[in-house]
Design a protein around this ligand. Sequence first.
Ligand code: GTP
Ligand code: SPV
Ligand code: MN
Length: 606
Amino acid sequence: QKKEIESLVKDSVFFRAMSNYNTSLMERTLRDISEYWVLVGKPDIKVIEGYEEQDVINRLVEENLLIKMNDTEYPNSYLYRSAPFDVARSEKDTYICTRGSHDDVGPTNYWLNTDEAIEIARTNLEGAMKGKTLYIVPYWLGPIDSPFGQGGIELTDSLYVVLNLMKITRVGRVTAKPIALSNSYVLGMHATADLNPEKRYILHFPDENDGMGTVISFNTNYGGNALLSKKCHALRIASFRAKREGWMAEHMMMIGIREPTGRMTYISGAFPSSSGKTNLSMLQPPDDFLKAGWDTYLVSDDITWMHPVNGQLRGINPEYGFFGVAPHTSYKTNPRAMDAIKRNTLFTNVGIDSRKCPYWEGMSEVPEGLIDWRGKPFDGTDKAAHPNSRFSTPIKEYRNLSPDYENPNGAPVSAFLFGGRRSDLMPLIMEARSWDEGVLFGAMQRVETTAAAIGKVGELRNDPMAMRPFMPYNMGDYFKYYLEMGKKLEKPPRIYNVNWFRKNESGGFLWPGYSQNMYVVKWILGRVNGEITDAVETPMGYVPSLDSFDYGTIDKNTMNQLLLIDRKGFLEELKTVRPFFESFGSHFPDELWETYYNVKSRLEKW
Ligand code: GTP
Ligand code: SPV
Ligand code: MN
């Protein structure tokens, strides 16, 4: 069988390059592939080298799976419609599998025993690709020459997955050398099978594959469930490895902000799914900032890998493109995204008008001849675009990329922001007094659920560091690890809690958000660079004093509301998160309890 596979891939540039650099890894790769290939019913095989995008598109168009968009306004852009029941991440089908017990992964994860999970996969995957084509997609996460990069190989029968990977990940022959030299890769096996949601599994095996990790996903074709390089590898598998190796793989965006003086400061922000990472990463400062010489430069919009180097965390973006939320992206809210998605973009589950331009809620006026995301004429009874509709766009389409985007060593991170959708309690901005209290901010995150995952939207739930759906081990141990990281760093990032989503009595947002978030960012820069010293000290940490806070055109009253530290509310909040913390039992660090009680007693005395 290995011979058979060998003959099927022998013309591939990727495999030829791979065997030049590392014969034994090449041998192992062939074994891995042949085992899967036999299981799924010996389909045809095609290795993705990285230059086949047009062929892939043509095939999908022929199969009526892609619709070409207006070629003048959206050149080389297409619309894909998913099965309507397969349009978001499915947390209840997502498992971390180990040979130990459920306690390995803690109460925030679904767990399966490794052997049991492999048996489930075997049963479901047997013959699942008979008569189809198996695409082998080698990919590399991080700058090609980065010591922090990691390779992966995704095996899939979905051309939609292949096209997405080509848009948002470095794929094909360019990855052969770094994969070969790193002498390992994460193995991802994906099959659309019959898309039966009852038999949908996204299985993670962080211990398998010589400890590099394996992912098996089937009966789904949606982003985070099926693009295995993204959440499965770059967050879950990578976080597991990061803990072992002393670094961090986080659900964070990262940008550099250049001030008129030329100084560049990098900040990273963890916001749960559909809660503002991509938008903050593409922040276009208000006009007066731009005129004065401020601007922002993107490193990452969803995932950041951070390594301690000389006492500082340095961040890289493992990805090569955006898989961004479409609804409410507009020239008003995010002009830089609107520019980037005007070319070479794959849209998923958006509406389309009679001119073949995409449309979604919050984009503009409802256009003529609108067809909704399911392909039916839009009549206003349902949404035109699915609330979790997405754009897949290569990173190079974004015009304000950081000069450090391709820096193999990344860029130093000066601040961490934790935030999420919270209509009450959480102020616009507060600064933790210490790393440990910042970790408590992160651990306490209780935010509204969104359409990015299947389930109810708008329900408050605990989502520490925006990592709940992506944490591959016990969250209590993660908190411990986070605390240790702070001790290890000479210059740990300062930690902030932000909230763009506070609401007024009539349900409207108190804070205008989007480009206006620049005012908050400016305050953070003033703080981390030691230029704003007169902040107001509260039991929760520091909040801006209105005198030293440039907050734009908002009135003072609203500002006071936005910055209020509600003593009673926070005491109540501490009480509310307590059972969640307790659910981690002895995994929850004593040190964090201590911090919890310190903050609590400060509030009580205030
Ligand atoms: P994932 O890709 O799911 O991880 O989401 P994300 O964290 O990147 O969120 P994104 O930036 O795509 O924003 C999600 C939704 O929140 C979009 O509809 C945005 O328009 C909206 N949003 C983002 N930033 C703000 C803000 O500052 N204020 C308000 N009101 N809405 C915002
Ligand atoms: C998220 O849900 O956090 C996303 C989209 O960024 S997905 O890739 O589907 O996970
Ligand atoms: Mn995300």
